[in-house]
Design a binder for this molecule. Structure first.
Ligand SMILES: [Zn+2]
Ligand SMILES: [Zn+2]
Length: 160
C-alpha cells in the first residue's frame, strides 16, 4: 500500500503540547522497548516516522527534550504537563532528520499506513497476534527499522 501525504494536528495526552503534520509518513512501527514502555505507560508504542520538515511543534515551551540512550538515539520530547511523549527527533546524517510521532497523538489514525512490524520484541510484555513481523534483539531491531526507512526514502524520493 502507498503511503499518502497527511495534513493533521497532533497533541499530547493532556493537550498542552501541540504540533502540526504536513507530509508523507515514511514508516509506522510498533516498539516494545523498555524506554517506550516506561514513557507511554503502555505495553508498546505505535510510532509513525516522518521527515522532520513535515512536523512542526507549536508549543515549544511546554516540551522538554531528553535522550534516554547513547547516540544514535531519539531526542524525545516529553510534555512538561502530562509527562507523556509529544514527538521525538533524530538525526541520522547531517541533512537527514526524522520526527517520531506517537500514533495516539494524531487526530485521525485512518490516514496512517499499516505498521511494518514489531521491534524490540524481546522486551514484549503483551503477545501480539496481528500477523506482522516480530523482530527481537537490539541490533536486529535497529537494522530492520533502518532497512524499512531506507526503502521508504527511495520510494518517496525523499530529499531534506
Ligand atoms: Zn521504543
Ligand atoms: Zn501533555
Amino acid at each position: 500500500m502507498e503511503n499518502t501525504p497527511i495534513i493533521q494536528q497532533g497533541r499530547c495526552t493532556c493537550g498542552q503540547s501541540s504540533f502540526s503534520v504536513d507530509g508523507t509518513p515514511l514508516i509506522r512501527f510498533i516498539c516494545h522497548c523498555r524506554i517506550c514502555q516506561d514513557l507511554y505507560q503502555k505495553p508498546f508504542a505505535d510510532v509513525v516516522i516522518f521527515p522532520e520538515k513535515a512536523v512542526k511543534l507549536q508549543t515549544t515551551e511546554s516540551v522538554e527534550f531528553k535522550k534516554f540512550r547513547a547516540p544514535p538515539a531519539v531526542n524525545r520530547g516529553i510534555c512538561k504537563s502530562c509527562k507523556k511523549p509529544v514527538l521525538g527527533l533524530m538525526s541520522v546524517a547531517p541533512f537527514t532528520r526524522f520526527a517520531f510521532v506517537p500514533a495516539m497523538n494524531l487526530a485521525d489514525l485512518t490516514q496512517l499506513p499499516e505498521a511494518v512490524g514489531h521491534v524490540f520484541y524481546h522486551r514484549h510484555v503483551q503477545e501480539m497476534y496481528d500477523g506482522l513481523p516480530k523482530v527481537s534483539g537490539y541490533v536486529s531491531s535497529q537494522l530492520f527499522l533502518s532497512q524499512k526507512i531506507f526503502k521508504s526514502l527511495i520510494q518517496y524520493n525523499f530529499s531534506a
